[in-house]
Design a protein around this ligand. Sequence first.
Ligand code: MN
Ligand code: MN
Length: 185
Amino acid sequence: MLYIFGHKNPDTDSVVSAIGWAFFKEKKKEKAKAFRLGKLNEETKFALKEFKVPFPPLLKKSQNKKVCLVDHNEFQQSIDDIKSAKIVEIIDHHKINLSLNEPIFVLTKPYGSTSTIIAEIFFQEKIKIPQSIAGILLCGILSDTLIFSSPTTTEIDKKVARKLAKIAKIKDIKLFGKKLLEKKS
Ligand code: MN
Ligand code: MN
């Protein structure tokens, strides 16, 4: 089984991209499950509840497990025993700082969120995204880009967000984004 998780002190992008990627793996008939490395913040809880997605379980150990890191690639940001895990995949939108002993699957793009990278793969591979997954991935984009206002925002983030909003039946992206980001405080 593949254990998929984002960084410590999880934010919305790290949690929903793990869930999105686990769903993608499921579609590919691969055994995978999403986890979190810490307490969910109020914004993330709101996002998951809004689209009726269950909270991912807490992962305490990664020793000897096959893992996929999403939304981070530095060991300090990962689970404490990450050096004893078998990292097989990394999907991230941050600066890459890797030193690995083996070739692995690494997917990075300079987008505003990991959720954008994952949603784009669904679209490219023409895999149908259910409303719930579309909704939470949209939350990942809105959260990381601060509703497209952060300097990391790209045109792809906006385009992907519009497509996701349509599937998630969110009519007013900015209004929904405000409701989401309000929960942070
Ligand atoms: Mn993050
Ligand atoms: Mn992120």
